[in-house]
Structures are given as structure tokens and as C-alpha cells.
Design a protein around this ligand. Structure first.
Ligand code: ADP
Ligand code: MG
Length: 254
């Protein structure tokens, strides 16, 4: 479903992604872990074209892009929005529109990007809100929601464009600890329904539970990749071991 080949990105002199290649099967769940600054967010942003890679290729489903000299060959800027709609992205900070109700937040992309009639957009938004357990909050405004509820709305909003893949960038990192579980539960349900997902997370226990592939990144390079039983439980590389040793406790022991 996703195939990334020889992807590279630099900001000025700073090489942030070095020759990254990875594949994600349809329905696959990849967890990306690694220290701050290793390039995890940049990689997700490249898949969603929020950042344009300098070189390499990205295929999502049937859409394939070749990057050269910091441009996507054959893709005009005006087509970015429809390309982006194939990947749903959820950020650490929810970025909901404060002046719109919950249901309007979820409808917005369907109306503006997909040009759906409002009644149809509202009906699907309500369906998605009930999937994330928030149909009763449809008419409230974001500032009346907890962080966990806001993030569940953000997930519903990302799903509204019927993406083929979902990208989660530290979706629970900004939440109070007691609210993390409700968001992870929604992500886990999506994975079980067969959504293809890449998630950047510091929730090692969660990664171990839901991911069928774990990628450890450092300094813009994939240091180690494989099943959770290898990368998390029996890492081969000293850098992976050293990183994981900071997450001590039951989640990294067997
Ligand atoms: P991670 O998500 O793993 O913490 P990032 O992908 O956010 O890492 O960042 C990787 C490196 O790229 C960091 O050193 C960061 O400072 C740098 N970086 C990210 N975005 C930009 C940008 N827009 N301009 C310059 N440097 C950036
Ligand atoms: Mg990041």
C-alpha cells in the first residue's frame, strides 16, 4: 500500500532523511520510534506532501510520485489537496477549528475538498463521530472537549476524506495520561478494521501490541526494522537497545 524508495530530505546543510526505503502492506501497521530530531515527523510529512522531499519516490496505493530537486515531478500544486486526501494525518496538537462545532469540523473537508452536499457530509460525519464514541458531542465546540475527545474528533476528521492510509504523529503525546487510553483504543480499532497505518509513538507497549512492523530511526536513517518481537524485544543494534532502555518497566520486558 505504501512504498518509499531512496527518500532524502535536507534543510539547508542539515540532512534530515538519508536514503529512506520502506514498505507497508495493505492493512499493515508500522510503528516508528526513535529519539527526538531523528526525522520521524519529516518522514510522515513527506508522505502527506506537507514537506516535499528532495529526492526519491513515494507510492501510496496507485499514486506514485518521483521527487527531484525538491519537486514532485508531474504534480501541480493545485493537485496537492486531492493527493493529500489519500492520506489522513493526525498530529500531536489537534488543530480543530474553534469556531466550528464538532460535526462541522468533521464535515469541513468533505464539503470543501470532496465537494459533497452538506446533508451527505453531515450524515457521514455523524457515522464517524459514533465510531469514535462522540456522536453525543456533535453540536458542541472544541473548547468544551477534553484533549482526548478533541483528538478523537481529529481522527474522525481525518477519516472523513476516506483515506487509504492514516498517519499518526505522536497523537497521544500532548494528552494527560488518563486520556491516552481512549485515543489508543480508537487507533487500535482502526488497525483491527484493516486500516493501513504508520504511527510515530512513544507508547512502546502500544507499538508492541498493534504494530506488525517497528522501525527505529536515528539521525535520518532507519537503524533497525522488523517485527515488534525483534525490534522491541530483541533489538540487534546497540542504538535501538540504548533507546529502548530508557523506556524501562514492564512494557519492554517480555
Ligand atoms: P522527529 O519527529 O523525529 O523529532 P523531525 O522530523 O521533526 O524529527 O526533525 C528532524 C530534524 O529536522 C530536526 O533536527 C529538526 O530540527 C529539523 N527540521 C524539521 N523541520 C524543519 C524545518 N522546517 N526547517 C529546518 N529544520 C527542520
Ligand atoms: Mg516529531
Amino acid at each position: 500500500m505504501i512504498e518509499i524508495s531512496n527518500l532524502s530530505k535536507r534543510f539547508g546543510e542539515h540532512v534530515v532523511l538519508k536514503d529512506i526505503s520502506l514498505k507497508v502492506n495493505r492493512g499493515g501497521v508500522v510503528a516508528m520510534i526513535g529519539p527526538s530530531g531523528s526525522g520521524k515527523s519529516t518522514l510522515l510529512r513527506c508522505i502527506n506532501l506537507l514537506t516535499i522531499p528532495d529526492g526519491g519516490q513515494i507510492r501510496v496505493g496507485t499514486r506514485s510520485l518521483q521527487f527531484r530537486d525538491g519537486r514532485a515531478e508531474g504534480l501541480h500544486k493545485k493537485d496537492y489537496a486531492s493527493y493529500r486526501a489519500t492520506t489522513g494525518m493526525v498530529f500531536q496538537h489537534f488543530n480543530l477549528f474553534p469556531h466550528m462545532s464538532v460535526v462541522q469540523n468533521v464535515m469541513e473537508g468533505m464539503v470543501t475538498v470532496k465537494k459533497l452536499p452538506k446533508s451527505e457530509a453531515r450524515a457521514y460525519a455523524m457515522e464517524l463521530l459514533s465510531r469514535v464514541g462522540l456522536d453525543s458531542k456533535a453540536e458542541t465546540y472544541p473548547d468544551q472537549l477534553s484533549g482526548g475527545q478533541k483528538q478523537r474528533v481529529a481522527i474522525a476528521r481525518a477519516l472523513a476524506l476516506r483515506p487509504e492510509v492514516m498517519l499518526f504523529d505522536e497523537a497521544t503525546s500532548a494528552l494527560d495520561p488518563e486520556l491516552v487510553g481512549e485515543v489508543l483504543a480508537v487507533m487500535k480499532a482502526l488497525a483491527e478494521e484493516g486500516m493501513t497505518m504508520i504511527l510515530v509513538t512513544h507508547e512502546i507497549a502500544f507499538a508492541r501490541e498493534v504494530a506488525d512492523q517497528v522501525i527505529f530511526m536515528r539521525d535520518g536513517v532507519v537503524v533497525e526494522a522488523g517485527p515488534a518481537s525483534q525490534v522491541i524485544d530483541n533489538p540487534l543494534q546497540p542504538a535501538t537497545r540504548s533507546f529502548l532502555s530508557r523506556f524501562n518497566g514492564p512494557q519492554v520486558s517480555r
